[in-house]
Design a binder for this molecule. Structure first.
Ligand code: KIV
Ligand code: ZN
Length: 509
């Protein structure tokens, strides 16, 4: 079976999702997990967009060894130079050049004639090829470009040494049949040794369908993101493409090198670090994706799983074992379980997790795998620990004005203040504002139960706007007020870290 190259752009196009912004350390954590997942190419960033993007590409290039590491660049000498510099220490570097080709982009955005586009594409690929062998070229807005012109541009950059031609459906306008026909046309008109790639956006909800149709018509690389995150409605979701190819291999007749058992863990990691929740009914990784509610379905499942289940949750790394651990379990049982869940932890992390586990076991009878995953994520991926919640006390009731006393830790400093509010969470947030001397605007507040039962752990996600900068944060606890406080503080920590980095994002693609 022919192999499909999985090109992950979670750290580049995915990070362009509204509200998502990752530090270079967080990007490295995700890249290391993508390596475990078995992706072939990691698009690590757009180095000319910001210093932090350049730093992230550099770090990832130094530490991640198996996948090809790719950096995005406009067709500009300065961009190319910055991208190449970021890739300097990388074992398998790739430069991804893009230039818009559709009539609407030529006329209004670039103000260039077709001949000028051809000239610019040729010059920049020729320039880059002197320094790097692996070049991918994207004619931006390809799906709205005249097909004959697309072939002309592609053949020009191929002559100069580009090896992969990526066809982006930049604005998510394509329809599967039409997009498939375009890929077939390109396949027939480009040299055989060239890899045709596709990069589909989800504005009409067709990103995965378009990617799969492209594969059926000869595309051999797909660009996608974990959880389908990305600009506007997002990009094609990696887990959906991969599981389609696996579950329906009789139809697609191609394979990937993805270790599907790492999918769920990767999805959780990306969600927790970006602060972008996964919708409950999301295919493959949503919390309802493997739940059967209807009586007839449950009955069928008990009689024979395959009556209503086309894939087993374990295939994507969701382990369903229950009540393995409780308050009488010791270190050995916990660490053994964590190892089975695939976590590699150092002694310090293990001790912290054990403490958290014991505290949770006092409040919650059944500790599930998901409970443990949440604790490990929180402990091993602390966001940006500038402020942390030490203590809080809430007074609330139907005939009292809610008030909160809060104590935060900042380095060695202990800071305390109190406030009233419209409700307990509002009072808590106002007290935190008094301590941090910030005035965040709460744009979004979401609460979900992420583990089962009356004693479930609740996850709160908040989106704040502080001085025009949008940040999000998550907090988890069996106490929703505590989860709310943690989420708020995490978002504030992000804001402070971001401000320190002077991060400016290029949002031009
Ligand atoms: O959507 C798009 O066109 C892109 C390109 C830079 C590949 O993200
Ligand atoms: Zn894109």
């Amino acid at each position: 079976m022919e192999k499909i190259i999985i090109f992950d752009t979670t750290l580049r196009d995915g990070e362009q999702s509204p509200g998502a912004s990752l530090t270079s350390d967080e990007k490295l954590k995700i890249a290391l997990q993508l390596e475990k997942l078995g992706v072939d190419v990691i698009e690590a960033g757009f180095p000319a967009a910001s210093e932090d993007d350049a730093k992230a590409v550099k770090k990832i290039g130094e530490k991640v060894k198996n996948p090809v590491i790719c950096a995005l660049s406009r067709c500009k000498d300065e961009d190319i130079e910055i991208a190449l510099k970021s890739l300097e220490k990388c074992k398998k570097p790739r430069l991804h050049l893009f230039l818009a080709t559709s009539e609407i982009h030529r006329k209004y955005k670039l103000k260039k004639a077709k001949s000028e586009i051809i000239k610019l594409a040729r010059e920049k690929v020729r320039f880059a090829k002197k320094y790097i062998d692996d070049i991918e070229f994207s004619p931006e807005d390809a799906s709205r470009t005249e097909p004959e012109f697309l072939v002309e541009v592609a053949n020009t950059v191929i002559e100069e040494g580009a090896k992969t031609i990526n066809i982006p459906d930049t604005v998510g306008y394509a329809i599967p049949e039409e997009f498939g026909a375009l890929i077939k046309y390109l396949k027939e008109n480009l040299p055989e040794n060239i890899i045709i790639s596709v990069h589909c956006h989800n504005d009409l909800g067709l990103a995965v369908a378009n990617s799969l149709t492209a594969i059926l018509n000869g595309a051999r690389q797909v660009e996608c993101t974990i959880n389908g995150i990305g600009e506007r409605a997002g990009n094609a979701s990696l887990e959906e493409i991969v599981m389609n190819l696996k579950i329906r291999k009789n139809y697609f007749k191609v394979k990937t090198d993805i270790n599907t058992r790492e999918i769920y863990k990767t999805s959780r990691l990306v969600s927790s670090l970006t602060g972008i929740p996964v919708q409950p009914n999301k295919a493959i990784v949503g919390e309802n994706a493997f739940r059967h509610e209807a009586g007839i379905h449950q009955d069928g499942i008990l009689k024979h799983r395959k009556t209503y289940e086309i894939m087993h949750p374990e295939m994507v790394g969701i382990k369903e074992s229950k009540l393995v651990l409780g308050k009488h379990s010791g270190r050995h049982a916990l660490f053994d379980k964590l190892e089975k869940l695939g976590f590699q932890l150092d002694e310090k992390q293990k001790e912290k997790i054990f403490e958290r586990f014991k505290k949770l076991a006092e409040k919650k009878k059944e500790i599930t795998d998901l409970d443990l995953i949440v604790i490990v994520e929180e402990e091993t991926m602390p966001l940006v620990p500038i402020y942390s919640l030490e203590y809080f006390h809430i007074i609330s009731g139907s005939s009292t004005i809610p008030s909160a006393t809060v104590r935060l830790k900042k380095g060695e400093e202990i800071l305390e203040d109190a406030s009233r509010g419209d409700g307990p969470v509002d009072a808590l947030y106002k007290a935190i504002d008094r301590i941090t001397k910030l005035s965040p605007v709460l744009k979004e507040y979401k609460i979900t139960a992420i583990t089962g039962g009356k004693d479930a752990q609740g996850e709160v996600t908040v989106c704040l706007e502080i001085d025009g900068i949008k940040v999000s944060g998550k907090g988890v606890s069996t106490d929703i007020i505590e989860a709310s406080g943690k989420a708020y503080i995490n978002a504030i920590n992000y804001y402070i870290a971001k401000k320190n980095l002077h991060k400016k994002h290029y949002k031009g693609t």
